[in-house]
Design a protein around this ligand. Structure first.
Ligand SMILES: O=C(O)[C@H](O)[C@@H](O)[C@H](O)[C@H](O)COP(=O)(O)O
Length: 256
C-alpha cells in the first residue's frame, strides 16, 4: 500500500548545472501543482540551500503570485536577524522576485517569549493554508526543500533527539538545538513524509561522509534517511560531485 519509493539521486559535476537543473525541477513541480490545484505550496530550509535557488530568478514560467512559501524550519530570532532563515531566503531569493508578501509565511516573532505558543501559531498558519483546502490529516506540500548538516540533521530534526518520534504535531519546537541558535521551530516527520516531493540539496566536500551514511546505510536511521514520503510522494537528492563522491547508491541521470 503506502510503500515509499526509493530516493532518486542526481549528482552534478558542474555546480551551475546543479543550480539550473534544480530551478527547472522546481518550475516543473510548480506547473503540475498549479494545473491541479491552482497554487504551489513550498517549504524551504535555511543554510546554504537558499543560494542554490537563485537559478529561479528571472526564469520565465515562474508564477510567483501562485506560490505559498513556508519555512521547513526557522530559528527563533527576529526576522531581520542575520541568523533568520527567512532573512537569508529573502536576501537570496524572495526580495528579488515578484512574490506577494502575504504569500510568504513567517513565524510570529512577537510570541518568542513563549516558544510553544509561537510553534502553535505557525501550525495554525499551515492549517489556514492546508486544512480547509485539502481537509487532510497532514498537509501535503507540493515541495519541501531540505539541507543536511555534517552531523546528519535535516530541517531542525537532529540525530537522537526526541522530536524524531513526533507523530502528531505539524510544527514542533526545540530549545536545545546542537546547531546554534538553540531555539527553533521545525516541520515534523509526518509533515515531511506526506509531501508530494522532497528535495535535498547538498553540495561541497564537507558533506561527503554524512551523505554516504545517509544513502548507503539508511538502517542507521539518521534523520535524512527517515525522509521517505508515502506513495506517491518522492524524495530526490540534488548533489554535486564532491558531496556524493563516496556514495555507492545508484545515481540517476537528470532529465525532466
Ligand atoms: O536552519 C537551519 O540550520 C537549516 O534549515 C538546516 O537544516 C540546514 O539546512 C542544514 O544545517 C544544512 O546547512 P548548510 O547547507 O548550510 O550546511
Amino acid at each position: 500500500m503506502h510503500t515509499p519509493s526509493a530516493p532518486i539521486l542526481y549528482s552534478f559535476a558542474d555546480p551551475n548545472n546543479l543550480v539550473d537543473s534544480l530551478a527547472r525541477f522546481i518550475i516543473k513541480a510548480q506547473k503540475e501543482s498549479i494545473e491541479k490545484k491552482g497554487r504551489f505550496t513550498i517549504a524551504i530550509s535555511g543554510g546554504s540551500l537558499a543560494q542554490q535557488l537563485n537559478g529561479l530568478i528571472g526564469k520565465p514560467g515562474v508564477k510567483w503570485e501562485k506560490w505559498q512559501v513556508f519555512y521547513a524550519d526557522e530559528r527563533v530570532v527576529p526576522l531581520d536577524h542575520e541568523d533568520s532563515n527567512h532573512r537569508l531566503c529573502n536576501d537570496e531569493l524572495l526580495s528579488k522576485v515578484p512574490i506577494p508578501r502575504q504569500n510568504i509565511h513567517t513565524i510570529d516573532y512577537s510570541l518568542a517569549d513563549d516558544i510553544e505558543e509561537l510553534a502553535d501559531a505557525y501550525e495554525k498558519e499551515l492549517i489556514r493554508e492546508f486544512a480547509q483546502k485539502d481537509a487532510a490529516r497532514f498537509p501535503v506540500f507540493d515541495l519541501i526543500l531540505l539541507g543536511v548538516g555534517p552531523d546528519g540533521h535535516t530541517a531542525s530534526l537532529f540525530p537522537g533527539h526526541e522530536l524524531l518520534s513526533e507523530e502528531d504535531r505539524w510544527v514542533a519546537y526545540i530549545t536545545d538545538s546542537p546547531k546554534p541558535p538553540p531555539k527553533r521551530v521545525t516541520l515534523t516527520f509526518p509533515v515531511i513524509n506526506h509531501a508530494a516531493r522532497v528535495a535535498f540539496v547538498v553540495y561541497g566536500p564537507s558533506k561527503v561522509d554524512i551523505i554516504k551514511t545517509v544513502l548507503d546505510k539508511p538502517e542507521q536511521g539518521l534523520p535524512p534517511s527517515r525522509v521517505r514520503p508515502i506513495s506517491p510522494g518522492q524524495v530526490y537528492w540534488f548533489t554535486d560531485a564532491d558531496a556524493s563522491a563516496k556514495v555507492e547508491y545508484p545515481r540517476t541521470p537528470f532529465k525532466l
